[in-house]
Structures are given as structure tokens and as C-alpha cells.
Design a protein around this ligand. Structure first.
Ligand SMILES: [Zn+2]
Length: 474
């Protein structure tokens, strides 16, 4: 396990990897239908993205794998899908109205906006409330043009909107900045309706919104994003042990889906950097081209959440253990991951550029090849089907193969260009298997199946294809 490091270290090591990868990956994502800039025909909207036909598959596969690991594989975790707009008092209880803020400064000359804490950290000064109120000279001068900066203003990151026809204060509601609160406020409903006993968890996947001042790095930090959160309710005496267990389980989830071990590490939060609700916290970080970055947080939240909701709602959320007669407020261990971040990290982890190509056919020599070597469960397109040529006699058997394979998983058809080119197009989007229908198929009722990673080819009877792939995609 990695030693605890502070955020300044993460910044210092940033950018040591290949800096070309992000622009290349962003271009590939757009060209091949993974991720598009949102609202592009209107000039786009900064840091909003749309998932294209392949991107939605990848993200769905990530979410499915998470749900399988967190809900279907466990006897003690159940699912939930709570509303995005909730009672505004929830965000008072959670501390978001008061504490979910960034300190901002604006340059009076170039009009650029900065986060005051970022400016200070970059200059080796520890940002705290004192430095915000009595800014040192480092916080009076624009880091880009040297112009004068405004004083620090606190800016709440929650998006506000209005419920009902009248835009007045009384009707303000917030787009949720996290899915977790929807779980806490349903603690009693879920526990009672399913007659659950501690410890148990509630898992939720859903959108959350934060009006980030400095979004960026493609889909890494965006204002609209999807979370995969699980809140595990425990007896306080077991909390420390269970926190450690979930850390390991969550790290293993990324490894089990093929993420490279050397690109993953834990970062334990030091006492001074813990959020107001956290007793302990650890990040699972991924080594991106822009440095080690948080992909998931595992948090020991003590009884903070349920205590606050008891205080603000007036409801008794304590748990009565009938076997021991104890009554207590459960502690919560949270695992909080981003679906968009995970999808991006899986893309980065799978991205390979092979100089000079890896095929031996003459046409591809010296061409560099891109391969996304996703785990098969994450690959958007599972199988591609090609006719060797566009000759009409291959159409019928090709259609037969397509009809046979479609329905369970995404299958793509491609008849354009040489077979070598078509293989490379599929390698570039991470398709694990390509099936070629050729003239021999007319005689032997078999096809050639080519494996993305080994590039080995096998002759398989059409009638056996379903079983063949059922075994490959367990
Ligand atoms: Zn400036």
C-alpha cells in the first residue's frame, strides 16, 4: 500500500507521463463514437460531454460490473434509485449549504477567475481561513497577467433551480451534488421494507451536479457526472475494521477488471485534510497523464450523517439491536466512485499505441496501430462480423451469422476495406473478436474467428458459434 502523500505531492508528480495521450484519446473518442463535446453544433459547452454509441456501452458495462460486484454478489447490499431534486433541508443537514464552497478570486485586468486555494498551494502556502481573510501578497496578484485580484468570495458549488412557477427564495431546490444523501434519508424505508439487520449496505448509481470552477482534463472533472456510491451501515464498534475491508475490496474491483497494478495506489487522507464529516478517508488513485488522480473515495463517516438527519428531520434513525438490546446511531462506511472517471481510467489503461504495427501483412508495415485492450466485459462492441469480400454469395451466410449472434451483446458489421484494415478499426475500439465469412464458409459452414490480443485465428462451425462465445464471455 502506498504511503500517505499530501496533495502538493500529487501536483508535483503530475505530467510525468506521456502528455500526448490525452489529446490523442480525446480525438479517438470523438472519431469512433465514444465521447462527444456536448452541444457541439452550437459551439459546445465547456466541460460537458455526451456519450456516443460506443461510450454509452462502455459506461453501461462499467456500471453493470459495479452493480454485479456491489449488489448481486453480496447478501448484504441492496439497490436504490432516489430523486435528483430532494427536500432543500437535506442540504442544510448534510452541511452542503454552509460548507460546500470554493474560495474564488477574479482578476480585475484579464477577468480570469481562479480558486484562491489553488493559487496559494501552487506557491507553497497552506490555504486556510486566515489567509483567505487577510490575503498575503501572493493572493493579490493575478498568476497569469500580474493584474490586481479581487478579495476572496465564497462560492457554493450546488446548482440551484426553482420549483413551481414563481422564482422566489421559498421555492429554491438544489440539483443533488452527491447521491449519498438520497441513501441516508431512505435508511429507515429500506431497512424496514426489506427487514434488514446491521451491517448492510445501500448502493446507488446516478447523476450528480457540481458547479465546479475549474473543470477539466476531459471527462475527469465535469459539472454533471454519474456516481456509483454505496453506504454501508455498521455497528460503531465494527467501523474501523469494515473500513479497511472495503478499501481492499474496492481496489480489487479495479484489478479484477484488468486495470494495471502499477497505475493504482491508495492515498490516505491526513487528519488535517479530512472533510467535515469524515473520521478516516482513503482515495484510490489512478496514474493519469496529468498525474495521480482520485478515482474513488472510501470514507469512514462515523454517525455524522444519520445524527444530522435526526436533528434536522426530528425522526429517530437509531438502530435497535434486538439480540443485545443495544440502541445506537449506525456508523457509515462509504465507497464513492465516479462512473465517468472509471470509464475514462479504463480507457486510459486500455490505450496502447504500437509503433510500426503488430500485424505482419505488407500493407500495415510501418503504420502505427492503436489498440484498446479492454477487459472483454467492458468492451463496447463484443464481436465484429466481416464478409471477406462484397461478393453477393457471401451476403447470405454473413447475414445468417449476424442473426445468430445478435441479441445478447453488441455486434458490428463491416464490409469496407481490406480485412487487415477492418481488424485495425476493431482493435482501435477494443472489440475482442472478429468473425470473417469467406468463400470456404459456403463449403464447410464455418468461419474464422480472430482474437484481438493474441491475433490468433480459429476456424469455428457456425452452428457452434453461440456456445463458443458463451464460453468466451462468461
Ligand atoms: Zn489577470
Amino acid at each position: 500500500m502506498a504511503k500517505a502523500k499530501n496533495p502538493a505531492f500529487a501536483k508535483a508528480t503530475a505530467g510525468k507521463q506521456d502528455n500526448d495521450i490525452m489529446p490523442k484519446l480525446t480525438a479517438l473518442c470523438k472519431q469512433r463514437g465514444f465521447i462527444f463535446p456536448s452541444s457541439e453544433i452550437y459551439g459546445g459547452m465547456n466541460s460537458f460531454y455526451d456519450y456516443g454509441p460506443l461510450g454509452v456501452e462502455l459506461k453501461n458495462n462499467v456500471k453493470r460490473a459495479w452493480w454485479q460486484a456491489m449488489v448481486y454478489s453480496r447478501p448484504d447490499v441492496v439497490g436504490l434509485d432516489s430523486a435528483i431534486l430532494m427536500h432543500p433541508k437535506i442540504w442544510e443537514a448534510s452541511g452542503h449549504v454552509q460548507n460546500f464552497t470554493d474560495p474564488l478570486v477574479d482578476c480585475k485586468k484579464c477577468k480570469k477567475r481562479f480558486r484562491a486555494d489553488n493559487i496559494l498551494e501552487a506557491k507553497g502556502i497552506k490555504p486556510d481561513l486566515g489567509t483567505m481573510k487577510n490575503p498575503p501578497k501572493e493572493l493579490q496578484e493575478c498568476p497569469e497577467c500580474g493584474g490586481e485580484l479581487t478579495e476572496v468570495r465564497m462560492f457554493n458549488l450546488m446548482f440551484k433551480t426553482f420549483m413551481g412557477p414563481v422564482e422566489e427564495q421559498a421555492n429554491i431546490v438544489y440539483l443533488r451534488p452527491e447521491t449519498a444523501q438520497g441513501i441516508y434519508v431512505n435508511f429507515l424505508n429500506v431497512k424496514d421494507s426489506l427487514r434488514l439487520k446491521l451491517p448492510f449496505g445501500i448502493a446507488q448509481i446516478g447523476k450528480a451536479f457540481r458547479n465546479e470552477i475549474t473543470p477539466g482534463n476531459f471527462t475527469f472533472r465535469t459539472r454533471e457526472f454519474e456516481q456509483m456510491e454505496m453506504q454501508y451501515f455498521v455497528n460503531p464498534k465494527d467501523a474501523d475494521k469494515i473500513f479497511e475491508e472495503w478499501k481492499e475490496k474496492r481496489m480489487n474491483w479495479y484489478l479484477s477488471l484488468g486495470m494495471k497494478k502499477e497505475n493504482l495506489r491508495f492515498r490516505e487522507h491526513e487528519k488535517t485534510e479530512l472533510a467535515h464529516y469524515a473520521k478516516k478517508a482513503a482515495d484510490i488513485q489512478y496514474l493519469t497523464p496529468f498525474g495521480w488522480q482520485e478515482m474513488e473515495g472510501i470514507h469512514h463517516r462515523s454517525d455524522w450523517d444519520l445524527s444530522r438527519h435526526m436533528e434536522y428531520s426530528g425522526q429517530d434513525l437509531r438502530y435497535a439491536d434486538l439480540s443485545t438490546g443495544e440502541k445506537f446511531t449506525p456508523y457509515i462506511i462509504e465507497t464513492s466512485a465516479g462512473a465517468d472517471r472509471a470509464a475514462l481510467m479504463f480507457l486510459l489503461d486500455a490505450y496502447q499505441e504500437i509503433e510500426g504495427g503488430r500485424s505482419t501483412t505488407t500493407e500495415s508495415i510501418k503504420e502505427s496501430e492503436t489498440v484498446l485492450n479492454f477487459d472483454k466485459r467492458l468492451a463496447p462492441v463484443k464481436i465484429a462480423v466481416f464478409p471477406l469480400s462484397k461478393k453477393p454469395e457471401l451476403q447470405k451466410p454473413c447475414q445468417e451469422v449476424l442473426d445468430f449472434l445478435r441479441g445478447e451483446r453488441l455486434v458490428q458489421y463491416d464490409e469496407t476495406g481490406s480485412i487487415g484494415k477492418r481488424y485495425r478499426r476493431q482493435d482501435e475500439i477494443g472489440t475482442p473478436y472478429c468473425v470473417t465469412v469467406d468463400f470456404e464458409t459456403l463449403e464447410d459452414k464455418a468461419v474464422t474467428v480472430r482474437d484481438r490480443d493474441s491475433m490468433k485465428q480459429e476456424r469455428i462451425k457456425i452452428s457452434e458459434l453461440k456456445n463458443y462465445f458463451a464460453e468466451k464471455f462468461v
